[in-house]
Ligand binder design. Structure first.
Ligand code: SAM
Length: 310
């Protein structure tokens, strides 16, 4: 249990103690094919949210094994991954060793020391703020502001407690702690939840202008801009609105995820979910989920029996 770990670093270094476990910790699959599939899906969201350009210097906060970075490195000028876990960084460096325009650095605290002031065009963070105390989330937003050039842009996500499925995800966490001794501190890296208004406040207090806030799924997805760039905010908002369907976790995604929660937390057999995903073959979200579910099922064959072949 993560309450055995006093720091983010100790917890995540333990999670990433070898390559398989590092992969498991970033998308729950531990499988190269699945990592590629989910990495492509998320990279498409990031490209659209940040309007990534070939000359951009881009930072990923909490890059893990480079699941997304390996998809983006060829599409940007420079990709820089940073992470609190040296073990994650070791795997990321190895997986990205074929690229000459990447760097990967370990962080020692809630501060982006490897990123110089006003050195970045864009930055993003996926599935990281869900594991941070709110103070650390805000500290990172402040430091991202420092490291971005004027007009620079960030994209990130976190759990959305204001959505019914987001709240159900929160309720599973609550159940984990129901019988915990009242004096015990909670896990340092436990899942944390926010509402859109809260994220908007953090962004504004850190100096950003909010360009997009999506909250129709268990995720809050935010795009924000550091003032002072040449492109007017209204123009950025217009372009983002046109990309909404690529960026958002859509209704299909939300439905699949809700059913997946029942499999993961309540042991509901995954066959019916898998069948309905296959019935929607060709749909981007259904195909990604089907690949992920096969990977998860393969790891859980003792519980659910043989996983389906691709
Ligand atoms: C669920 S993984 C996601 C990895 C990657 N963003 C992806 O989507 O594939 C969370 C990552 O955040 C990193 N992390 C956790 N706490 C952190 C912190 N306080 N500062 C920086 N990185 C952190 C972990 O080491 C881990 O690599």
């Amino acid at each position: 249990m993560s309450q055995d770990f006093a720091t983010y670093k100790a917890f995540w270094d333990h999670q990433a103690r070898d390559r398989l476990n590092a992969m498991l910790a970033v998308d729950g699959s531990g499988d190269d094919e699945v990592l590629l599939c989910t990495g492509q899906y998320t990279a498409d969201q990031v490209v659209a949210a940040l309007d990534l350009q070939p000359s951009d210097r881009v930072l990923e906060l909490g890059c893990g094994v480079g699941r997304i970075g390996s998809e983006l490195a060829a599409r940007v000028g420079h990709w820089q991954g940073v992470d609190i876990s040296q073990k994650m960084i070791d795997v990321a460096r190895d997986r990205l060793s074929g690229f000459s325009n990447v760097s990967a650095d370990v962080l020692e605290r809630t501060r982006l020391d490897p990123a110089a002031d006003q050195s970045l065009d864009k930055a993003y963070s996926v599935a990281v703020f869900i594991h941070l105390d709110k103070e650390d989330l805000f500290l990172y937003l402040q430091d991202l502001y420092r490291a971005l050039k004027p007009g620079g842009r960030i994209y990130f996500d976190t759990w959305n407690i204001a959505h019914p499925v987001g709240f159900r995800r929160f309720a599973y966490e609550v159940n984990r702690f129901r019988d915990q001794a009242p004096v015990a501190r909670k896990d340092v890296a436990r899942n944390q939840f926010s509402c859109p208004q809260e994220i908007e406040i953090y962004l504004q207090q850190a100096g950003f202008e909010v360009a997009m806030m999506l909250a129709d799924s268990p995720w809050i997805q935010a795009v924000a801009v550091k003032p002072g760039g040449s492109e007017p905010l209204e123009q950025i908002k217009g372009k983002l609105a046109a990309q909404r369907d690529t960026i958002i976790y859509g209704a299909g995604w939300t439905e699949f995820f809700d059913r997946l929660l029942q499999t993961i937390f309540e042991g509901v057999h995954p066959q019916a979910l898998y069948d309905s995903l296959r019935a929607r073959q060709g749909d981007r979200e259904a195909d990604m989920f089907a690949t992920w579910l096969r990977g998860f099922w393969k790891l859980s064959e003792a519980q659910f029996g043989p996983a389906p072949a691709a």
